[in-house]
Ligand binder design. Structure first.
Ligand code: ADP
Ligand code: MG
Length: 428
């Protein structure tokens, strides 16, 4: 996703007023009727229409006249609303280069006025699979209208809330700075995703630390559900930081054991393959936990003393409600680690939910929506493919500059404080 923040400079108060009006209209309209936008924005002298044209030109809105004349926000429009809010709050003043691209998120460097560089994650939930997301009845049950704004916002809020709560309990996670809409700002981790690391001084220690984290998470009532070499960052001192939390579930999830075992398996497979680790030597000393292991050294889920609800207070403090938790509890997270322990970079695609019975109801609407979803899917897949190509090209270019022991392999780039900040937004 090209984030041409230059456009931001030229957007007026009225532009943002209309953009916000479209966002408000999208709470219950997939396409917001033009006259509704006009009413919400209530600009003088019918100014809304001129503004709409300008926003359309900059691709912040999408025009749709198939059923009636209306508009919806594009990702870019939504990005700008979140970025503007962050800038107004004084969270950062500039947006720099893209450092990570996932199927359902884009990560950029952002900087404070004093030059401190942080990471901004823009969630893109629903980008690739409106249909699959839509079939997740439980997730959306109480919504009059589903949309990717809601899903991305919920994913961001969840990630922010978990990051904050985990940090408060001493887990090695980025510092959660702020959250608005689908955007999470966090500290920039100085390190590499583990997938890029070819050699470690102390692979056993790192392995034990990582297993210890999985066990300690379970003791705190949580399972990461996507714990693999893409979501573990490691620095030059071999300090481990875990990232990427939108798919976490509680240990009381009905499939908790399976998710726990899957996370463990991913780590065993990766360390076995990449670092030729023989597990008998290491895993009897997993962090400080007292946990039983099976004969192959894998920690046993049932032997862990788990405290559910341990993080509730912190989660609630971040605005992540019980209901949000319940919604997410019902989710079936997918992992990027498949049977063979290979990592599938196209992860995070939500699986179909459990709402099989209700699936046949509302079928006419459904078909229509699905048709739209298919079109959206095609459009989104195309733009995603383009984005991936760009990211790969950028990564190939970037490789030369990365003076590291590792070859570049991941979708994300090496985090760098020296990154040239491209666009100053402080002029707003
Ligand atoms: P996704 O949901 O797309 O997998 P992640 O949170 O895993 O998103 O981030 C994707 C990539 O972006 C990571 O593999 C990492 O390279 C980079 N990244 C994410 N967060 C940070 C951070 N706080 N500091 C540095 N790099 C980060
Ligand atoms: Mg990830």
């Amino acid at each position: 996703m090209k984030l041409d923040v230059d456009v931001l400079r030229y957007l007026s108060k009225e532009d943002f007023r209309v953009l916000t009006a479209v966002e408000m209209g999208m709470r219950n309209h997939e396409i917001v009727p033009s006259d509704l936008i006009d009413r919400i924005a209530s600009l003088k002298h019918g100014g809304t229409y001129k503004v709409l044209k300008n926003l359309l030109k900059h691709k912040l809105l999408h025009h749709d006249s198939s059923k009636y004349d209306g508009f919806r926000l594009t990702y870019l429009g939504y990005d700008f609303l979140a970025i503007k809010t962050m800038v107004n709050r004084g969270v950062f003043t500039a947006v720099g280069r893209q450092i990570g691209v996932g199927k359902e998120s884009d990560i950029f460097e952002v900087a404070r006025e004093d030059g401190t560089v942080m990471a901004m994650k823009l969630h893109r939930l629903g980008r690739t699979s409106f249909r699959a997301v839509k079939s997740k009845r439980d997730y959306l049950r109480h919504r009059s209208s589903y949309n990717w704004l809601y899903l991305s916002r919920l994913a961001a809020l969840k990630e922010f809330a978990f990051m904050k709560a985990l940090e408060e309990h001493g887990f090695p996670v980025p510092n959660a700075v702020d959250c608005n809409r689908h955007c999470v700002v966090m500290s920039l981790i100085q390190g590499y995703p583990l997938v890029q690391v070819k050699q470690l001084q102390n692979p056993e220690t790192v392995f034990e630390t990582i297993l210890g984290l999985i066990v300690r998470l379970a003791e705190h009532g949580l399972i990461h559900c996507d714990f693999n070499e893409f979501n573990i960052m490691i620095d030059d001192d071999e300090k481990v930081t875990m990232i990427d939390f939108p798919q976490m579930v509680s240990v009381s999830h009905r499939n908790a054991q399976m998710y726990f075992d899957r996370d463990i398996e991913c780590i065993f497979k990766f360390f076995g393959k990449r670092f030729n680790l023989s597990f008998e030597e290491c895993s009897d000393d997993i962090d400080d936990s007292e946990v039983d292991t099976d004969e192959s050294g894998r920690p046993s889920f049932s032997s862990i003393t788990k405290t559910t609800g341990f993080l509730d207070k912190e989660l609630a403090a971040s605005g992540f409600t019980r209901k949000d938790q319940d919604d997410i509890q019902k989710e079936e997270p997918t992992s990027s680690c498949n049977e063979e322990g290979q990592v599938d970079q196209n992860h995070h695609t939500p699986e179909a939910g459990q709402g099989g019975d209700s699936e046949s109801q509302n079928s006419s609407n459904e078909e229509e929506d699905n048709q739209n979803a298919d079109e959206n899917d095609a459009e989104l897949m195309k733009s995603l493919a383009k984005q991936r190509r760009r990211a790969m090209a950028a990564a190939r270019k970037g490789r030369k500059n990365i003076a590291s022991r590792n070859s570049y392999k991941d979708k994300g780039g090496k985090s760098s404080n020296n990154s040239k900040i491209q666009k100053q937004l402080s002029s707003w």
